[in-house]
Design a protein around this ligand. Structure first.
Ligand code: HEC
Ligand code: HEC
Ligand code: HEC
Ligand code: HEC
Ligand code: HEC
Length: 449
């Protein structure tokens, strides 16, 4: 027999449940409604500067940016529909790129041209509703959220907001917060994005330098139009690889010869030091499968003739992926595009013999891929770590007819967001494959008669 539950117990139970709801819960597919989240323009009516900053950052374009649209709709969705193993990305990409649509169960979301709420991308409400993450490691959009009257952030502030309440979390001032979307595991269990893990293992995390320190730099500013001025207002710049100014100077480059005077026919060895002075993680990081960073070395003699100096090989395993060459890759794009026996496109699209600082991703067949969701293994990690200095050499066998006078040798470090042959093949707007110069340095050798 069941005992009768006294009414007073029930009342207490109801009070308790109404205190812990609206529940903080994992933001999974369909766990919330669109109407649970306010629009960024609403927040922007009072938080004017932050709104403008966010609006110019990639954060507000994570769904609408053209390359994202192409990769999701042309490659990921059709691939997910053809291959059970990667089926989860049909929904999953949106967990980070269109979180509100994901949580509203509107996946795949309408195309960007439909101007739906998916276009809000990573909005104010997404980040300020996050209360934590599930498990020990932030990755794959494992956020726990509580949208509603309360906004979560790192401080209470001096002014009361007429629009909402504030709750302080430790998470918002920690790089762990960013890891929720800046670490990603593929359906094969491979870390295909590990910006937070790279940072965590590097020197910056140890010294208390957070992601926010470099991407939300502190300045004297009002955080709300009618609020107080703070000396350490956390700007919402979120500037990264799409800001040429952020990329510029990331690596300092110095080149020196082993001898300063040489005769034609002699050998001169140039040593290049590449020091990562600027990133808190590796460079490149994040969408490593798309990015290409390479060093080009050229000599110009006293008569203006030009010589391309390929980098000396070091002999480590997998080095062939770090030397630009004439090979094809990315054959697995053929699955989504319905091209049988697709031969692929040029792997690098940069001058042969140049050094590439990269981490190659491989599909289940062992071919190099730029589809991170189809990544079953990784190759050699030859990127430049935070505060790491890489040394490269180029040996120049001086031609017998080299004219006397100054031989000027220049090392240039170049960067593209997307490998050029892939960008051309998929008709991705040029801005995604323009060459950004990270840095350059020159030295001279005197050629004797
Ligand atoms: C009607 C104006 C108004 C609207 C709309 C508004 N806020 Fe605020 N908010 C404020 C004011 C005022 C403060 C207090 C600012 C201060 O500390 O001086 C504040 C504080 C905050 C804080 C705490 C940090 C701080 O500066 O004190 C966060 C986080 C925040 N708002 C997020 C949001 C988000 C997200 C939205 C949209 C869902 C939003 N706000 C909408 C006025 C507004
Ligand atoms: C990608 C996540 C993210 C997005 C998107 C985002 N914020 Fe923030 N915001 C943060 C974090 C994290 C902090 C706290 C940073 C810290 O303490 O280092 C913060 C802090 C704030 C603060 C308090 C600033 C201070 O100095 O204490 C306000 C106000 C705020 N955000 C409003 C907004 C508004 C308005 C938007 C949309 C236009 C927005 N945020 C979008 C992550 C985000
Ligand atoms: C809810 C998921 C989410 C969270 C949380 C998040 N980000 Fe992002 N972030 C994204 C997405 C998605 C993009 C990619 C935009 C695009 O499509 O290029 C992005 C882009 C960026 C970029 C621009 C990269 C570029 O190529 O220019 C920076 C910088 C950045 N995030 C830093 C941060 C920092 C710092 C934090 C923590 C304070 C953070 N993010 C938290 C999802 C998130
Ligand atoms: C010491 C400063 C510093 C710290 C700390 C730092 N970054 Fe960066 N970050 C940079 C610089 C400089 C760049 C531009 C060069 C590049 O693209 O890597 C960058 C680039 C990025 C990009 C763009 C990468 C791409 O190719 O799209 C993202 C995303 C990013 N950072 C996120 C983070 C996150 C998340 C953290 C913390 C886990 C973090 N950063 C910590 C300095 C920093
Ligand atoms: C765990 C979160 C997460 C998931 C899941 C995710 N992304 Fe991203 N994506 C990001 C972040 C963060 C960035 C940008 C920052 C960076 O490059 O480090 C990014 C960058 C990109 C870029 C490059 C944008 C540019 O302008 O260079 C494309 C394209 C992209 N994602 C498409 C996808 C597709 C398609 C899927 C699903 C197969 C997907 N993403 C799944 C977080 C995620």
């Amino acid at each position: 027999m069941f005992k009768k539950i006294p009414l007073s117990y029930l009342v207490i139970l109801i009070i308790i449940t109404s205190v812990i709801t609206p529940a903080q819960k994992p933001g999974t597919v369909g766990s919330f409604k669109y109407s649970d989240f306010k629009k960024p323009s609403y927040c922007g009516s009072c938080h004017k500067d932050f709104y403008r900053q966010w609006d110019q950052a990639m954060m507000s374009k994570a769904y609408t940016h053209h390359w994202d649209e192409i990769e999701y709709f042309k490659l990921a969705v059709p691939h997910a529909e053809k291959d059970e193993k990667v089926a989860e990305v049909r929904e999953g990409c949106n967990g980070c790129h269109a979180p509100i649509s994901f949580m509203a169960g509107d996946v795949p979301p309408p195309l960007p041209e439909m101007n739906s709420r998916a276009n809000e991308s990573v909005s104010c409400e997404v980040c300020h509703s996050i209360t934590g993450f599930t498990g020990d490691t932030p990755f794959n959009f494992n956020y726990v959220v509580d949208p509603g009257k309360t906004k979560y952030t790192s401080r209470l502030g001096d002014t009361q907001s007429p629009a909402h309440e504030i709750k302080v979390t430790e998470l918002h001032k920690s790089g762990d917060f960013c890891g929720i979307c800046h670490n990603e595991k593929s359906p094969f269990g491979i870390w295909v994005k590990s910006t937070h893990l790279e940072w965590k293992e590097g020197p910056y995390a140890e010294q208390g330098v957070q992601c926010q320190t470099c991407h939300m730099p502190q300045a004297e500013l009002k955080t709300a139009a009618m609020g107080a001025t703070y000396m350490d207002a956390k700007t919402h710049l979120f500037h990264g690889a799409h800001d040429p100014g952020k990329v510029k100077g990331t690596i300092e480059l110095r080149i020196n010869p082993d001898i300063v005077e040489a005769e034609p026919g002699e050998k001169v060895k140039f040593t290049i030091a590449l020091f990562n002075q600027k990133t808190g993680h590796k460079f490149p990081t994040g969408s490593v499968e798309d990015r290409i960073l390479w060093m080009h070395v050229e000599a110009v003699d006293s008569k203006g003739n030009m010589y391309h100096l390929p980098v000396d090989l070091k002999g480590f395993e997998g080095e062939e992926f770090t030397i630009a060459s004439d090979v094809l890759a990315y054959q697995d794009m053929g699955i989504a595009l319905g091209i049988e026996n697709f031969e692929g496109v040029q792997r690098d699209g940069v001058p042969f013999g140049d050094r590439i600082f990269r981490l190659p991703y491989f599909d289940p067949q062992g071919r190099m891929t730029m589809q991170q969701w189809n990544t079953a293994s990784l190759g050699v990690d030859y990127r430049i770590g935070p505060r790491e200095t890489k040394i490269e050499t180029c040996t120049f066998n001086l031609p017998d007819n080299l004219p006397p006078g100054e031989l000027k040798v220049t090392a240039v470090l170049n960067y593209q967001l997307l490998v050029k042959p892939v960008a051309d093949f998929l008709n991705v707007p040029e801005e995604e494959s323009n060459i950004m110069e990270v840095n350059r340095h020159s030295t001279v050798v005197k050629i004797l008669d």
